[in-house]
Design a protein around this ligand. Sequence first.
Ligand SMILES: Nc1ncnc2c1ncn2[C@@H]1O[C@H](COP(=O)(O)OP(=O)(O)OP(=O)(O)O)[C@@H](O)[C@H]1O
Ligand SMILES: [Mg+2]
Length: 508
Amino acid sequence: MEKIIEMRNIRKTFLGNVANNNINFVIYKGEIVSLLGENGAGKTTLMKILYGMYTKDSGEIYVNGRKVEINSPKDAIALGIGMVHQHFTLVRTLTVLENVILGLPSPKGFELDLESARKKLQEIIKKYKLVVDPDAKIWQLSVGERQRVEIIKALYRDINVLILDEPTAVLTPQEVEELFATLRIFKNEGKSVVFISHKLEEVMEISDRIVILRNGVVTGERKKEETNERELARLMVGKEVIEALRKEGGTVGAPVLKVEGIKALNDKGILALKGINFEVRKGEILGVAGVAGNGQKELEDVICGVRNPLEGHIYLKDKEVTGKSPKEIVNMGIGRIPEDRMESGLILDIPVYENLVIEFYDKPPFSKGMLINYAEIKRFAEKLVKEYRVKTSSIYAITRTLSGGNLQKLILARVLSQNPEFLIASQPTRGLDVGAMEYIHQKLLEAKTKGAAIMLISEDLNEILHLSDRIMVMYEGEIMGIIDRSKEDVDIEELGLMMAGAKRRVAL
Ligand SMILES: Nc1ncnc2c1ncn2[C@@H]1O[C@H](COP(=O)(O)OP(=O)(O)OP(=O)(O)O)[C@@H](O)[C@H]1O
Ligand SMILES: [Mg+2]
C-alpha cells in the first residue's frame, strides 16, 4: 500500500506534560484508519500537529514521501489535509454556502464566484450524499447537519486526507450510518480518512486499520480483521474491561421527583414538551430513551431552572421546584450533569480546583462566615482529581488545558461528591473512553444504591439498557411509554418503534 502521510518521532509537550511521546503514525492511500485512545491519550494533539494548529517539539512529517513543514491549517489544506474538529467552528449567522467559501481567495468577480461555488457545493452534496440546504443559516441546522457542513467545507478544498475528531459523539445512530456512507464514498475514490473515536463498535465497523494510543505513545496497531473489541479495549486502557452491570441492587422507594403537566417551548419558540407527567423514585434509575431533539434537552432545562415552563409543576418530594433559580435548585439537593458541558458546566479560564467547588464554595466546610477555607478546598480538589482519575498536570492547571473527556470527569466528580437526592445526568459518558465510562456507570449505580433518584438521559441505547430500572421513551415532546423492568423484559423492537414514534403505549 502507498503511504500518503508519514509522521515520524512526533513529540509534543505542554508545559512539561508529554502529550505525544515520539509517535510514529502512517496514513495509507485509500484507507480509513482509526485513532483510538483514552481521554488525554494524545489523539487530538497528534492530529492538530498534522493540521498545522500545534507546533511539534520535534519529529518529521512526510506527504507523498516529501518532507514538509506544516505551520498552519492553510499549509495543511494546500497539502490536501482537512480536519473537522471536536467543537465546530461555523459562523451561526451565515448560510451554508457562505460558510463553505469563507476564507477562500476570490480571484473572479464576486457574483460569478458565488454561482460557481454553488455549483461545486451542489456537486459535493450529491456525490457524497451530504444532504443540507445551501441557503439555510447555520443556526437553523441540527448538530448533525452542522457537521455535514464542516465536512463539505473540507471537501470543497479538494483534500485527500480527511481527519474527523470524534465525529459521532454528537450524532444519532441514523446520522452515524449516513456519515459512514459518506466516508466510504470518499475512501472508494482512493482518499484517506483518520477517524478518532472511543466507540469500539463504530471503530470496528468503519476502519480498515486501528492505531491505539495510550499516554502519548502508540500501544498497538491492528488490521480490523485481526482484532476484536475486547482486544482493542485492553490495548486502550491496559487491562481487560468488563462492564459488570446490573440493574438490580438497592430498593426502590417513594417518588422523589414529580413532573406534572409540563409544557415548554424550545429555543425556536416551538412547543417542545406537550404536557408530560412522570415520577422518579428513590433508589431507581429512570432512563430516558429517544432520538435527540425530542424534548429531552428542554426537559432537563426545565427541571434545573434554566428554562421556564408554560404550564405545569415539578416537585422535589413535597417542595415545589418550578419557578426557582438554578442556584436554589442545586441547594435543594438536585444535581445536574448537563448535556453541554463546555457551555454550562464549567468555566474554562479558571483553575481546576475552583471548578470543583464552584457550586458550593460558599458553604461549609469550604467557608465559614465570610472566610473561604482554601486549604480545605484544595484538599477536596486533590481528593476528587485522584478518585475520579482526572488527568491534569495539577489542580492549579487552567481548566481549558484538559482534554475533552477529562473536562467531563470534572463535572461528574463535582456533582456526585455532593450526594444529591435527585440527579439528572444527560449524556454522562458521551465522549468518554471505555475505562472512564465503566467508572462513571459504577458511580451512578453506587449513587442509586445509596438512595439517589436518578434520571438518565442518553442517546446511547446500550447505556440506557445497562443502567435503567425503568425506561421512558420520548418522542416529539411526549412520553410514548414507560417500560418497568421489574415487571417485564425489554422488547428491543418495541422500544425502537416507540423511539421512532411508530408505537404508543396507553397514556401514562
Ligand atoms: N492546549 C493545551 N494546553 C495544555 N495542555 C494540553 C493542551 N492540549 C492538550 N493538552 C494535554 O495533552 C494531553 C493530550 O490531550 P489530547 O487532547 O490530545 O487528548 P485526546 O486523546 O484527544 O483526549 P480526548 O479523548 O479526551 O479528547 C492531555 O493531558 C491534555 O491535558
Ligand atoms: Mg480529543
